[in-house]
Design a protein around this ligand. Structure first.
Ligand code: F6P
Length: 359
């Protein structure tokens, strides 16, 4: 089949580097293949709304700023599963047929979806149901997409978390405090482990390794004995409390999200060691920050590669980063999997080698 028109959408939580991907897709599709490119707004929702929400993209869209900007100028949603779309009255409705109809109305020949594991699962289901031609690109600050060493957005999040530790250290020293930085990552400790090493943390807690409060207290005592008046701790949001439960916060809209483990630990550590602790919850700055050079680079590489996949009739596959280059795997290889920190990850040995407490 001859390709003339492709769609591109960003799905799930935003992150740094998404605009670089859309730019690369648009440039490659227009410059190399002379295709038309349609940017779908707010993930699959743009194909669900009537009138359809989309923008025909041209090289003019990317005349300068976008590669430098965080977030996604197309918009996205992490609540928009079209097979189970939340309605204002609390019920759920299946809008998958509307999306397929929207794709056909736009007369798209193929589409590229940028998303994490959850989004890929939904996009694949839609592609199967509507016989849509689909190619995936992995993005998530959590870096938990299987089969790819790195996903778009992760490097920026690590950079932001490392910068935060850089800024916390002087104030920790000024006040002789323990500074606790709570970072995102869902059930994967990649951000905490990597930023913790790069940012000189004394204690790194990740969901994959069990810690003990006694162990943390002993480590803080040792730091004191060594003559240092302050310490830095980084903790991943899904690290569990002593009772084995994750700390959760209920937001105004009734949705629960991970959050609060930093405060929980600060309280416990004060009781055990009388160390004054302060907590910084880094939150969404890990997603909205200006993308790092590496995220722009990987995003650009994924974008060009994904367009070439369409040109080569390679569908139901996702571009992945392996051994310093882009390749692709079948979408089923990443669905329903979560790439958490492997116990044999060399970084764990390195962290321990640096005398960092990990549990
Ligand atoms: O998956 C990306 C992520 O930023 C997680 O690290 C975090 O737990 C979650 O999304 C936050 O979701 P929301 O944007 O809905 O608050």
């Amino acid at each position: 089949m001859k390709i003339k028109k492709i769609g591109i959408l960003t799905s799930g939580g935003d992150c740094g580097g998404l605009n670089a991907v859309v730019r690369a897709v648009t440039r490659r599709a227009i410059v190399k293949y002379d295709w038309e490119v349609y940017g779908i707004k707010e993930g699959t929702s743009g194909l669900m709304y009537r009138p359809l929400q989309y923008e025909k993209l041209s090289l003019k869209n990317f005349s300068g700023n976008l590669i430098r900007q965080g977030g996604t100028f197309l918009g996205t949603t992490n609540k928009g599963n079209p097979f189970k779309y939340p309605m204002p009255n609390g019920s759920f409705k299946d809008f998958s047929n509307d999306i397929i109809e929207g794709y056909n109305k736009l007369e798209l020949d193929a589409f590229i979806g940028i998303g994490g594991d959850g989004s890929m699962k939904i996009l694949k289901k839609l592609a199967d149901k509507g016989n849509l031609k689909f190619v995936g690109i992995p993005k998530t600050i959590d870096n938990d997409v299987d089969s790819t060493e790195i996903s778009v957005g992760y490097d920026t999040a690590v950079e932001v978390a490392t910068n935060a530790l850089d800024m916390l250290q002087p104030t920790a020293a000024s006040h002789k405090r323990l500074m606790i930085l709570e970072v995102m990552g869902r059930d994967a400790g990649h951000i905490a482990l990597n930023a913790g090493i790069a940012g000189g943390a004394d204690i790194i807690l990740i969901p994959e390794i069990k810690y003990s409060l006694k162990g943390i207290a002993r480590h803080i005592e040792e730091i004191r004995k060594q003559g240092r008046n302050h310490a830095l701790m980084i903790v991943a949001e899904a690290v569990k409390k002593e009772d084995g439960k994750k700390a959760m916060i209920k937001h105004g809209d009734g949705q629960y999200r991970l959050g609060g483990i930093g405060s929980y630990l600060a309280d416990k550590i004060y009781k055990m060691t009388k160390t004054e602790a302060r907590v910084t919850v880094l939150g969404h700055v890990q997603r909205g920050s200006q993308p790092s050079p590496r995220d722009r680079l990987i995003g650009s590489a994924f974008g060009v590669y994904a367009v070439d996949m369409i040109a080569n009739n390679k569908f139901n596959r996702i571009a992945v980063w392996q051994n310093r280059s882009v390749t692709d795997v079948h979408i089923n290889q990443i669905i329903n999997k979560s790439k958490t920190v492997n116990p044999s990850d060399p970084l764990i040995k390195i962290a321990r080698g640096l005398g960092i407490y990990l549990g």
